[in-house]
Design a protein around this ligand. Structure first.
Ligand SMILES: [Zn+2]
Length: 209
């Protein structure tokens, strides 16, 4: 099963991806992970990516597509895969059509207010990098190294609002592009409940194919 996962930062998309991965035994392919992995390699493509990233520029679509293509041609993707964070643009989506078919596009929905509440509760340990929520860690002290926790700029409400606007702008055209393959699921409830809905949907889809 070839799945694309769409969802705003903070929507719980990552958690859902992990649950799908283990239930259906499909690799999760995230472009962030691919970029981090490729710069450790020593291939012409890796050198190109490294050069782009060091210059501070965004990796162009055609390079991203090349990296994804290389990844989904690996043997563990024969049964399918979950694409997370790709495609981000219509150009990428069109390029993907030339590389692989897609069975379904799952859109994880969560209201902006909930996302802002969840993300702005996040605190990070500046010393060891551990992440907490103020709902669980009221003292705001790292339980691993006793350092006072901080709120990263990325987790401040204004920054989150801006990130969500960028996400909406980029994703709205993709939602249109994939309208005939789209499955929307709300993540307002518990993550396990969201997963049950998605699981049922994917099992049905699997049975049809
Ligand atoms: Zn710490």
């Amino acid at each position: 099963m070839k799945i694309i996962l769409l969802g705003a930062p903070g929507s719980g998309k990552g958690t859902l991806a992990k649950k799908i991965t283990s239930e259906f035994d499909l690799p999760q392919i995230s472009t962030g992970d691919l970029f981090r992995a490729i710069v450790k390699e020593n291939t012409p493509l890796a050198r190109k990516v490294k050069q782009i990233m060091e210059s501070g520029a965004l990796v162009p679509d055609e390079v991203t597509v090349e990296i994804v293509k290389e990844r989904i041609n690996k043997p563990d993707c024969q049964k399918g895969f979950i694409l997370d964070g790709f495609p981000r643009t219509i150009a990428q989506a069109k390029a993907l059509q030339n590389i692989s078919s897609i069975d379904t596009v799952i859109l994880v929905e969560l209201s902006k207010e909930t996302i802002i509440n969840r993300l702005s509760a996040r605190r990070t340990c500046p010393n060891c990098g551990e992440i907490y929520s103020i709902f669980d860690n009221k003292d705001e002290i790292c339980s691993k190294c006793s350092t006072k926790l901080i709120q990263r700029d990325d987790d401040k409400p204004d920054t989150i609002r801006h990130r969500l606007e960028v996400y909406d702008e980029n994703t709205a055209p993709l939602i249109n592009f994939y309208s005939d393959k789209l499955f929307k699921v709300s993540n307002d409830g518990k993550p396990e409940e969201t997963f049950e809905i998605v699981k049922t949907f994917l099992k049905n889809l699997e049975a049809k194919n």
